[in-house]
Design a protein around this ligand. Structure first.
Ligand code: GTP
Ligand code: MG
Length: 382
């Protein structure tokens, strides 16, 4: 793994960013054998790294025998090309790695279409420099290769592909179960779980709705939104949706490809931001989530925050009841308004979360005693 530290890399320490990249690499199924960091004002135009560092990286190959180098930031096509030439191995960047994970985890038709769309969005601006290495070679083979006109053709092909994928997605979305359910249950509040990847959204959905959504210690375990019905005492049914996790350095064009999640969040009445309080960069993760929600134009939607994984904060030498754990942690870190401490895995704090959901939704105008539906979706009068 390689990174340039420009001192403008936001609040994340470069090492932390590489730790996260390391997790992404593991999720993609590769093994990290080494990392290299260079301090520069700005990445070098062509080789991204400075000459000395690049030589060091080439030298490292003898010892580490790596066959892939992953850069923590976006590479231009020219940078990628010249690095591949210099290193003699495949070179990719963080976004390409994330897209690879998405592709691996997409298992519904809609998920696959979304990933393909994201890949095309990633490819389009990169086509520009695709042939430049041929031009640099001067006469001979390169000059007979694809030139500017080929580039235009390629761009047209990718654009057509993007259009087709979008049309295809429109069709798939119409059939999505969620919409059927929502139509059937008109007037029922919709709550979306949002948060950084691996914060525990799927685990929380499983805990409150007693379902069996895949929850894994992997980044981007969830790609497709899943909706479950939750019955809250004194209120009624609520639809709760799990969505794709957020991560830093994900270009907006790629985020936009995840339409299912975006629509889900856009249509939600209330967002529950799930935070992994044990993450080293929990604060920065919250900032990233905040930024993405702002970019999506939903930052001012009503919101609750669930501080998750509190069980990991406790002394493991003894056992804890829910009450003991909550009392201790509340005393240690008083939480802000609209915030609740939970452990999705231990099912702690869920009563309080339910209560908070109920009060929030009632304050938003959802009346207790609105239509309640039975298992097959028939309306029952209360
Ligand atoms: N100890 C502990 N682990 C938890 C808790 N909640 C979730 N986890 C673990 O954290 C990991 C990620 O959980 P998920 O529920 O898959 O997280 P997610 O937010 O859905 O992740 P993505 O779908 O990848 O965005 C899993 O290994 C869970 O078992 C918790 O309350 N306590
Ligand atoms: Mg998940």
């Amino acid at each position: 793994m390689a990174a340039v530290d420009t001192n403008r890399n936001s609040n994340w320490a470069i090492e932390d960013s590489l730790d996260e990249l390391c997790q992404l690499v593991a999720t993609a199924g590769a093994t990290v054998v080494g990392r290299i960091i260079q301090k520069l004002h700005a990445p070098a135009r062509n080789s991204y790294l400075g000459k000395g560092k690049l030589d060091e990286l080439i030298e490292m190959k003898k010892e580490l025998d790596y066959n892939l180098v992953i850069f923590d930031d976006e590479l231009s096509p020219i940078q990628q090309r010249s690095l591949e030439e210099a290193l003699g191995v495949k070179v990719i960047d963080r976004v390409a790695l994330i897209l690879d994970i998405f592709a691996k985890h997409a298992n519904t038709r809609e998920g696959q279409l979304q990933v393909e769309l994201a890949q095309m969005q990633y490819l389009l601006p990169r086509l520009a420099g695709q042939w430049s290495h041929l031009e640099r070679l001067g006469g001979g083979i390169g000059t007979r290769g694809p030139g500017e006109s080929q580039l235009e053709t390629d761009k047209r092909i990718v654009r057509t592909k993007i259009r087709n994928l979008k049309e295809h997605l429109d069709e798939v979305i119409i059939h999505r179960e969620l919409y059927r359910e929502r139509r059937r249950m008109r007037g029922v509040p919709v709550v979306s779980l949002v948060g950084y990847t691996n914060s525990g959204k799927s685990s929380l959905l499983n805990a409150v709705a007693r379902t069996d959504v895949l929850a894994e210690n992997k980044l981007f375990a969830t790609l497709d939104p899943t909706t479950r019905r939750l019955y809250i005492n004194g209120l009624g049914n609520v639809l709760l949706t799990d969505t794709v996790g957020f991560i830093r350095k994900l270009p907006p064009a790629i985020v936009k490809a995840f339409r299912a999640t975006l629509e889900e969040i856009n249509q939600a009445d209330l967002l529950v931001h799930v935070v992994d309080i044990t993450a080293k960069n929990a604060f920065e993760q919250c900032q990233t989530v905040e930024k993405i929600l702002t970019d999506m134009g939903v930052a001012d939607k009503p919101r609750l925050t669930a501080m998750n994984k509190i069980d990991l904060k406790l002394d493991t030498n003894r056992s804890w009841t829910e009450e003991e754990a909550l009392n201790l942690l509340k005393a240690e870190c008083p939480v802000a308004e609209n915030t609740v401490l939970i452990s999705a895995v231990k099912r702690w704090g869920l009563t309080e979360l339910n209560l908070m959901l109920k009060e929030k939704l009632i304050s938003m105008g959802f009346n207790p005693g609105y239509a309640v539906y039975d298992e097959i979706g028939e309306k029952k009068e209360q």
